[in-house]
Design a protein around this ligand. Sequence first.
Ligand code: AP5
Ligand code: MG
Length: 244
Amino acid sequence: MNVGCNGAVDNPGQRIGRNRTQQEAHAMNLMLLGAQGSGKGTQGALLASRFGLVLCASGDMLREAMAQDTLIGQQVRPYVDQGNLVPDELMIGMVLERLRGLKDVRGIILDGFPRTLAQAQSLDARLAEMGTSIAQVIYLEVPRELLLSRLLDRYICRAHGHIYNLKTNPPKTPGICDIDGSELYQRVDDQGEQIQQRLNIFFSETLQLTDYYGKQGKLITVDGTQSIEVVNQAILADLKVTDR
Ligand code: AP5
Ligand code: MG
């Protein structure tokens, strides 16, 4: 099962940003911002692997909780299945708790969190308490028309959440993950009505975070309509982080 925060090294006593100079620590914390289907999960996996960052994907955390049928999983299911935002209180508690538990990591890459101003402010405050902050925010800009078709053709692997697309990034064997051989499935919220609802929320609410991070001088806007490789190169060209 995919885990929302992948890659932490267990070394008790050390936390994000505490074992490096402030400047180095800040350089490693990234955030992906973008509408549903803009490629956050796709680019997040590439960047996490390249730079050795822990990928924290809020949607993956929620799907993990739902698959395990935990109390939180039961609470969030109606929101996620219908394409609505999970209430801030639940979401902030879940993600910040996960960040607090990370030990001795080079940095994090956030995918899907924050989505509201309240979430962004809580995140900033928590990272400041931990002696670190977000260094750069990558906004993947994609027009609404393209997002719908990308999501309708998306398939995800059951074991680890690897992402495919029937048109733009198909698996070698239909229905099977190239990487781990597990079954591919379509997300419950990747259907017409739910997709439109998720996109409405992004453009009416989450998009304002580009202003929030723009004012902090952290925003990088990338044209997300290009191929996966070209988008990745564009991000790398603008990032101020170094390889491991
Ligand atoms: P989440 O799982 O985060 O879903 P999402 O935001 O709807 O975003 P997606 O995963 O759909 O899109 P993506 O940008 O990751 O695109 P991907 O890389 O897969 O959240 C699910 C739900 O959880 C929410 O609706 C909400 O209910 C809840 N939730 C989560 N976080 C929350 C929060 N903070 N607050 C409240 N509620 C929260 O790519 C899409 C497709 O396009 C794939 O098929 C891929 O192969 C393809 N593709 C990607 N890039 C390209 C490219 N450059 N060219 C061609 N194809 C591409
Ligand atoms: Mg995603």
